[in-house]
Write a protein that binds this ligand. Sequence first.
Ligand code: DLL
Length: 440
Amino acid sequence: MTKQFYDNFNDISANDYLPREQLADLQLQRLKAVVKKVYENVELFRQRLDEKNISVDDIKSLKDLAKLPFTVKTDLRDTYPYGLFAEPLSNVVRLHASSGTTGKPIVVGYTANDIDTWASVMQRSFACCGLHLNDVIQNAYGYGLFTGGLGAHYGAEAIGATVVPISGGNTARQIMVMKDFGVTAICCTPSYFCFIAEQCEEMGIDMKDLPIRAGIFGAEPWTEEMRIQIENMTGVKAFDIYGLSEIIGPGVGIECKEQNGLHIFEDHFYPEIINPETGEVLPDGQEGELVITTLTKEAFPMIRYRTRDITSIMTEKCSCGRTIRKIHRIGRRSDDMMIIRGVNVFPSQIEAAILAVEGTVPHYQITLYSDNGRDNIQVEIEVTPEVFSDKVRMMENLQHQLTSSIEETIGLRVKVILVAPHTITRSEGKAKRVIDNRQN
Ligand code: DLL
């Protein structure tokens, strides 16, 4: 299968470069087919379309998509586990699940064709950031119900690269493998990569001396400041990859060599940006909630899925030549927002403010607490061993700079605590940046 995919590679990636009208024709044709499929096979979608008195014949242009109802996360929970599947389980060859914060996970299914589609968008993702069959890809996304591991695995094989399926964790072994196997690219969360880089440094290994040249980082929000730190520290070019289980897993979008916005594989995933309050579709360039419709999924098609991820569709053409549109990096989710004394704050703003200050390392923990009924933010920030010496003046100075940097960014004065190296819990997957200790 691997070789065959690689031979077909030009055909598969051709959809990255279609003239826009041709892409729109393809999208419309696929949209009609997917709406027909969900109407015929998924009770919830049929009920909702009937309630709105909409039939497949009402979809005459891509604009008509706006007539269709949204799908939200609770729809997936309410129909747990298989209620939104559009294929019988006998046609489903794989299940994945996303744990979420409370209760039951959401379960997603794939037919054999869906697995091929996924491998193909991941293959296009790797190609987009310059990987090819000579690469040795260390896949440190978790294998299992999480989509990261197997999603990246199939794509890496499809491109003909050599895959090291190491999964997350066991950082010392990750470093040994990276060094001994001649790894040229790594896939993991950006926070886990920071941990690996730190361990490397402590073992006296300079990543800049190793052949590793690219990192495919995603599954959690991260900032431009984090990219700069990673690239400067390790010499690894850091690419942002986006995806979510409900749509397919990783491979919904990725950065190209420009590293400025993520191309969405629009022939499979139709993006819209809406005003999260009113549901109104916003024009390209305006920020809002990303809504995605899958155009080709068989087992688990999604119509207008509200991702809660906040971004905008970029209006400028990309110099890489791809015609598929780009979104700005996802810095926040609508449900990430902390409201502190009436001010809206996102964790990514705090990360950007910390990393903008020279001498910081990307390990921090945000804690919300209440003090006499008033909400407050505490940010523990690790400092380098050099700073965490007995030079009290240096520490005081840094603490002051960090407090000001955060205050300038979010408009609130927070409690900054500088902590010793290795105090903050490291993540091997998605980092938990915020702990909420407020009494309700
Ligand atoms: O995290 C899929 C994935 C795996 C993406 C590996 C990239 C790499 P879920 O666990 O369902 O799926 O979580 C999806 O994670 O709605 C975003 O809020 C967030 N997310 C994913 N990628 C990014 C990114 C996988 N590059 C949720 N930047 C999404 C910011 C991201 N947030």
